[in-house]
Structure formats: C-alpha cells, structure tokens
Design a protein around this ligand. Structure first.
Ligand SMILES: *Cc1c(COP(=O)(O)O)cnc(C)c1O
Length: 242
C-alpha cells in the first residue's frame, strides 16, 4: 500500500518537481541549443489536491488518460490549465476532449480523427502516435505508415497536426531507449520532408516531439524531445493503471 499522505505531501511534491526541472535543464544543456522542453505532469489517477500543489508552483500542463476522470478534475481546477490527453481515445468519447484540451497526443487512426474534427475557429491540436517497437499492447502506427496517416488526418479541416508522440517499451536502462527516440526524431524529419513536398503551406506547424516518461526522459531530451510526459517521478506510484 502506498501511503497517500506522504506521497502527496506538499514539500515532497515540490522537491520532486524541483529535481525534475533541474534534470530537464541539465539534459537540455547536454543536447546544446536552447529549444524549450514542455513539462507535462501526467496526473491520471492522482488527486486534485496534488495537481493544485504543482499548479501553484507554476505548472500549467497536465496530462490525463481517461475522459471521465479528466472531466471531473477539470471542473474542480482553474481553467487556465492546458490539458493534454495522452491516453487511448475511443471515437465515441473523442468529442468531449476535442473542445477543451490543448493537445491530443494519441491520434492513430481515421475514426478518431474523424470524431475529433469539428467546425469552429479554433483547430484541435493533435499529435500522431507512432508505435516505436511495434508492440501489440500499444497504440500508434508504424513509422512507415505516417505519410498515409497524415494524408487521412489532414483531410479534416478542424484538426492541426503538430508533431509525433511515441512510447518505447519499458527498459531498466534508459540508454536502451535511445534508439527509439532517435527513430522518432527521424520519423518527424521524414514526415516534415513529405509534408513540405505535398502540402507546402503546412510545414512549419509540424515540430513537436512528445517523448520521454519518468524512467527515460533525460535520454529523450538529449535526443530532441520538445515535450516530456512525467507521472510517477512527480506524483509517486499510481494505485491503478491502464
Ligand atoms: C501514464 C503515461 C505517462 C506517464 O508515465 P510515467 O512513467 O508515470 O511517467 C506518459 N505517457 C503516457 C502516454 C501515459 O499513459
């Protein structure tokens, strides 16, 4: 049993956040350049009170995986939070997130894109999910299928593809995941080339690389992540999980 009072204690949360921020900065320095890295605090399964502590410390991006849970939390929290939907999306629930989420990380098929599409001035920002190690348990398409998926998704005027998301297999040694992060970066640059040729007006918006979780984010940042998705290292263990 995880002791929740200790896990979500304010001082403990702030110390972990401080630590994570420093480690992201160090990894950014190692990769050179000063491109920013967005920290998305993946708060699925964790309580509103813990989210509020990180919010008060300046975090505005939070990630959720379950539509109902996200809706309940969003209602109880300030409305200047940028919610990121990182979980698998079902077409029948997609319209709920389309309206009020800053970025959807997990578009990998036409039915979901179609369900997210809506007519409004503000487009829905999405990432295409890549299945980096071709695992049955994970969503996403093979990197080679990205041009096809882009063609399908870009037909929907209400969506704007901003980049790619990928999740390597769990590895005890984060170095083992470096090849997957490189693969995702290469997939983005190949897709940029493809889009530049086929849809010249869309090129500049395809720039996000959402990669790196609690066990491997430093390697991901070294390899060019623009967004890291961190849950356990900030909030502690999840009591239930996908
Ligand atoms: C839960 C989840 C995370 C956070 O994972 P941690 O290992 O706890 O950091 C990141 N990305 C996705 C897609 C997730 O579902």
């Amino acid at each position: 049993m995880v002791d929740q009072r200790e896990q979500y204690q304010k001082e403990a949360l702030l110390k972990r956040l401080d630590d994570v921020r420093r480690r992201i900065d160090d990894a950014r320095e190692r990769r050179g350049g000063d491109a920013p890295v967005e920290l998305v605090a993946v708060s699925k399964t964790h309580p509103v009170e813990a989210i509020k502590v990180l919010y008060d410390a300046g975090i505005r991006s939070f990630g959720e995986s379950y539509v109902q849970e996200w809706q309940d939390k969003a209602q109880a929290l300030p409305d200047d939070i940028d919610w990121h939907f990182v979980g698998r999306l079902q077409s029948n629930k997609a319209r709920f997130v389309a309206d009020s989420v800053a970025l959807i990380h997990s578009v990998d098929r036409k039915s979901v894109a179609k369900a997210l599409n809506r007519r409004s001035d503000e487009k829905v920002n999405v990432l295409l999910q890549v299945n980096l190690a071709l695992q049955d348990t994970k969503g996403g398409v093979a990197a080679e299928k990205l041009p096809q998926l882009f063609d399908l998704v870009s037909r929907y005027e209400g969506l704007r593809v901003r980049g790619l998301m990928g999740m390597p297999p769990y590895a005890d040694d984060p170095e083992d995941n470096r090849i997957y992060f490189r693969r995702l970066r290469k997939a983005l640059s190949d897709l940029q080339d493809y889009v530049e040729r086929k849809y010249p007006e869309r090129r500049e918006i395809l720039s996000e690389l959402s990669m790196g979780m609690s066990n491997d984010f430093e390697v991901a940042v070294e390899e060019g992540a623009t967004i890291v998705r961190l849950g356990t290292i900030l909030f502690g263990k999840r009591v239930y999980d996908d």
